[in-house]
Design a protein around this ligand. Structure first.
Ligand code: V47
Length: 395
């Protein structure tokens, strides 16, 4: 960290946490709470930015992907959700494998590397539906990585089809599943579970399935839905549970804080979290989750501009181009449904970072930076750093 920045962090009253960060000491529960309560957001952001730059230099990742929500029918009844419908409602839907194929074929001209598929807990679908949908996606685009079905959906499949979660995961993997998205975690505490989403698995169930997936070689992400009924203590508890699990499995790729969008939900009276709160959550996550390689500023949720600022508050990834997203748009998201690859690249460059297109597992697809790269000798090399350094040497 530059002397100017470390003086700034010290003067803002974060000297003790700065010392821990610089010496690589793990932050405690109390440190996490202090970061949430500290009144100087820029001080917290400067600390997080230091960790982010130590891990990733100036690189910011993006992916060209397509989101497909296969059904909005759901029996979980989560209070924060504007997306779900009961099977009898007129706008309830299920996409058949043929519908999924049609949606994919509309975008065959784009270099899509990932399909991100999540949906409701729909008890009317047979297990063969999930296998067919995955096989269809792999037939239409064999090179595409299928990141699909939350831990909650996996748990429901195990229960409905009388299988263990491991059996479900193994069979989905055999059909072509590549990894698991991070949804359904919400806030991993009993209080939040009771108040908001008692119709689905609690933190024990979510974590058990995440660990099982990791054990059989499926990586996953982890989200945190914040800004509703949870306390700051619960946000830290959520992160500590994830950090502990990651020490055990090393299977999480990215952490994604999701700000609650209240519109059209049963909690529509609540205010939407501020942009400052969104930035602070990225920063606290980057500092607390010292064993998570990536922190994602999900632009579709945060808006492109706030996500761009997030690249200086701990985030190293903006996620993807995202074609037709429904969960947040039903809940009042004002973001566009899709931005082109060039716009994503421009957003990253405008933020003073080096865009690197990645695949789902964070392997760089195209490691040629458009701006002069950061000094690779200043940080420990990641695969991307090494690729960037190699390109610079060849130029
Ligand atoms: O679990 C639902 C959230 C999640 C609302 O793994 C809401 O790369 C805000 O899994 N306001 C599903 N959030 C989305 C998801 C995801 C998204 C982006 C990236 C990845 C990844 C995964 O959406 C749900 C829930 O936490 N959600 N309703 C709402 N009104």
């Amino acid at each position: 960290m530059t002397p100017f920045r470390s003086r700034y962090v010290e003067r803002s009253g974060l000297g003790a946490i700065l010392d821990k960060v610089l010496s690589g000491e793990r932050l405690s529960r109390e440190d996490g709470l202090a970061l949430y309560r500290h009144d100087d957001l820029l001080g917290v952001g400067t600390l997080a930015n230091h960790v982010r730059e130590t891990l990733h230099g100036d690189v910011a990742y993006y992916i060209v992907n397509q989101h497909i929500n296969h059904t909005n029918v759901c029996v979980a009844g989560c209070k924060f959700c504007a997306f779900y419908r009961t099977a009898k409602q007129s706008d309830a839907y299920v996409l058949s494998p043929e519908d999924v194929e049609r949606r994919m074929r509309e975008h065959m001209h784009e270099p899509i590397r990932e399909i991100h598929m999540v949906g409701g807990v729909n008890p009317d679908l047979p297990f063969s539906y999930y296998l067919d949908v995955i096989r269809t996606m792999k037939r239409v685009r064999p090179e595409v990585h299928v990141k699909a079905f939350t831990m909650v959906e996996i748990a429901a499949m195990a229960e409905n089809f009388d299988m263990t979660p491991e059996e479900v995961l193994r069979r989905l993997k055999e059909a072509g599943l590549g990894s698991i998205p991070g949804g359904g975690a919400e806030i991993l505490t009993d209080h939040a579970h009771q108040v908001l989403f008692k119709g689905k698995i609690d933190h024990r169930g979510w974590m058990e399935i995440a660990k099982t997936a990791h054990r059989i070689g499926l990586k996953s992400n982890a989200t945190m839905l914040f800004g509703h009924v949870e306390t700051l203590e619960e946000r830290i508890e959520h992160m500590l549970l994830l950090r502990e699990a990651q020490d055990e499995t090393h299977g999480f790729m990215a952490f994604i804080p999701l700000a609650f969008h209240p519109e059209n939900t049963r909690l529509s009276h609540l205010p939407k979290p501020s942009a400052a709160d969104e930035l602070r959550n990225l920063a606290v996550a980057r500092l607390m989750l010292d064993n998570f390689p990536h922190i994602k500023a999900y632009w579709i949720m945060m808006t492109p501009r706030v996500a761009q600022a997030g690249l200086h508050f701990g985030a190293d990834d903006l996620d993807g181009t995202v074609v037709t997203e429904e969960i947040y748009h039903r809940a009042g998201s004002m973001s566009p449904q899709m931005i082109g690859r060039h716009e994503l690249v421009a957003l990253i460059e405008e933020a003073g970072r080096v865009p690197v297109e990645r695949d789902t597992l964070y392997n760089p697809v195209e490691a040629v930076p458009r701006r002069p790269p950061f000094d690779p000798r200043a940080v420990s090399p990641t695969p991307v750093d090494a690729a960037v350094a190699g390109d610079a040497a060849r130029a």
